[in-house]
Design a protein around this ligand. Structure first.
Ligand code: HEM
Length: 235
């Protein structure tokens, strides 16, 4: 469009990274992390089979593909990929959030509607705190580690450590609360991710909502069963 013979340009600096690019980055990194949590939950369920079963799995995580990979090679690849995903996801979420705050006059984006959507930011922050405490508790074994904690490496004591940690009522309640936050974040996040990756038809949205709900409930029920069983001495 020309105004007084000059090309008209809106008086708004376009950001270097567009909002849709940030959302696609959040969707991809979010879905990778969902896949990890789902597989991690399946691994946790092995405690119902036997203590050896989950310990052997913990050992496999460290020794997988040796000697092609070094000891803990697969684990470190997973840690680096997940760490990068978490960083990208959090930075992109913060950028989208701060832009929507600085642009109050514009129509609210789709993801800020509804109570589930409003809980995305608080539940995301809860999960960040949880991941740090959980790693300090059951991987590193420092700070929040239970008295009975035995480092999983090299004798592989995953079952002993899970039970020793979740035996503490405060820790069990903390894990259950966190799992609820995780389920809320997953239920809505998976729906948003599928939408942001291009599934925008009415039917596609309904399917995305159902997939989000199913994954969220499976992870909640599976992990909560481990927490409660470990606390009540069932496993
Ligand atoms: C509530 C049930 C859960 C239990 C019983 C559990 C148990 C464990 C155990 C035993 C480890 C140490 C594994 C090993 O060193 O062999 C671990 C590591 C880890 N868990 Fe969980 N976990 C649970 C839920 C979660 C959730 C919901 C998340 C993500 C939001 C998560 C993220 C992680 C991460 C990132 C690690 C570190 C992996 C590593 O670097 O070694 N966990 N978990």
């Amino acid at each position: 469009m020309t105004v007084h013979g000059r090309v008209w340009q809106p008086n708004v600096k376009s950001p270097r990274i567009a909002n849709w690019q940030l959302k696609v980055a959040m969707a991809i990194t979010g879905l990778i992390m969902v896949a990890f949590v789902f597989i991690h939950m399946l691994g946790n369920l092995k405690i119902f089979s036997s203590h050896e079963s989950i310990n052997t799995y913990s050992q496999w995580l460290r020794e997988a593909f040796m000697p092609l990979l070094p000891y803990e090679g697969l684990l470190w690849i997973a840690r680096i990929v997940l760490g990068a995903c978490l960083l990208i996801h959090v930075v992109a979420a913060f950028m989208v959030w701060s832009r929507s705050r600085g642009n109050q006059a514009s129509a609210k984006p789709r993801h800020t509607k509804g109570w589930l959507a409003k809980l995305m930011l608080p539940t995301g922050l809860v999960l960040l705190v949880f991941v740090v405490l959980h790693i300090l508790d059951l991987t590193v074994g420092k700070l929040v580690a239970p008295a009975g904690f035995r480092h999983p490496d090299p004798q592989f004591h995953a079952a002993t450590n899970v039970i020793a940690s979740l035996d503490r009522p405060v820790m069990a309640v903390f894990y259950l609360f966190m799992l609820l936050a995780l389920a809320i974040h997953f239920a809505h996040g998976i729906e948003l991710a599928i939408n942001d990756l291009g599934t925008t038809s009415e039917k596609g949205r309904s399917v995305a909502r159902i997939i989000g709900l199913i994954v969220a409930v499976l992870v909640l029920v599976g992990d909560a069963a481990v927490v409660l069983s470990a606390n009540l001495g069932v496993v």
